[in-house]
Design a protein around this ligand. Structure first.
Ligand code: FE2
Length: 274
């Protein structure tokens, strides 16, 4: 159960890996729209993989229809499934044409909700098939982007590929150069990173996997909200994450989909801010 919204707390709703196209689950699509209408978050963060196969504009169109049907602001970032795979020339020369047309013209949008700044970072690269990377240039740009905002008390990054691994599953690898990226995020005052890609809900303290960070960075991974492709590593199937932000802590609540009942809150973590 979330702290009272009337207290002026900022509420983010984190959805991910929608994967419009087969095997999308329409009941989940309707249920997450209902949840968004009910919870009325300040911002919906959608951490990538809107489509199953980027080569089919119809899948982007379905994702666009869904995003447009939401009454709340949405901050999207691209996932690896947004890049064409069937046409390598298209992939290298025009990787984001359909994404920009149907999802968002900006690959790294930002949104300010009260004193919370959410910054999109594009971890996909046309030359990487499945994995992700944040370049040094993107990190310097991030510092400049943050510098343009005064009076921000909370900095959040949304990026598709996780900067942490799931140690119990060796095939789930963090982004390349994740240690460098997390170090730069910590230096820039980013406290929270929202990602997807693994189709598995998780809350990870970056200091559990990396030494030498100048401050703690919390990494929240949302499971797939609407796809029938849920990882075998995931025990709960489809879900999304609600995060309410107060000056001292992040309240993270996972919501999982229960057949015939919609999304229900099932697991909560309270993260003390440093
Ligand atoms: Fe992905």
């Amino acid at each position: 159960v979330h702290p009272d919204r009337s207290a002026g707390l900022t509420l983010l709703l984190h959805i991910s890996d929608l994967h419009f196209g087969p095997p999308i689950r329409p009941d989940r699509v309707h249920a997450v729209r209902d949840a968004i209408e009910q919870m009325r978050p300040d911002l919906v963060v959608a951490s990538g993989d809107f489509v199953q196969r980027a080569d089919f504009p119809s899948q982007f169109l379905a994702a666009q229809d869904f995003l447009r049907s939401l009454s709340r602001p949405v901050l999207p970032v691209p996932g690896n499934h947004e890049l064409p795979v069937l046409n390598p020339v298209e992939r290298l020369l025009h990787p984001y044409t359909l994404y920009r047309r149907y999802i968002h013209p900006d690959l790294e949008p930002e949104h300010r909700a009260r004193d919370v700044l959410v910054l999109g970072v594009n971890s996909t690269k046309p030359y990487l098939i499945h994995g992700g990377l944040t370049t040094a240039g993107q990190l310097s740009a991030l510092i400049r982007r943050i510098g343009r905002h005064d009076g921000v008390s909370t900095r959040v990054v949304a990026t598709h590929h996780p900067l942490v691994g799931l140690p119990e599953y060796s095939s789930w690898r963090p982004q390349a150069w994740a240690s460098r990226t997390l170090g730069a995020f910590a230096e820039a005052g980013v406290e929270l990173v929202l990602s997807g890609h693994f189709h598995s809900f998780r809350v990870v303290r970056a200091s559990d996997q990396y030494r030498g960070l100048t401050r703690e960075v919390f990494v929240v991974l949302s499971g797939s909200t609407t796809s029938g492709r849920v990882a075998r590593t995931h025990q709960r199937g489809n879900g999304f994450v609600a995060i309410s932000i107060d000056p001292k802590r992040f309240h993270v609540t996972h919501h999982f989909y229960e057949e015939g009942q919609g999304f229900k809150a099932d697991e909560e973590a309270v993260l003390q801010r440093g």
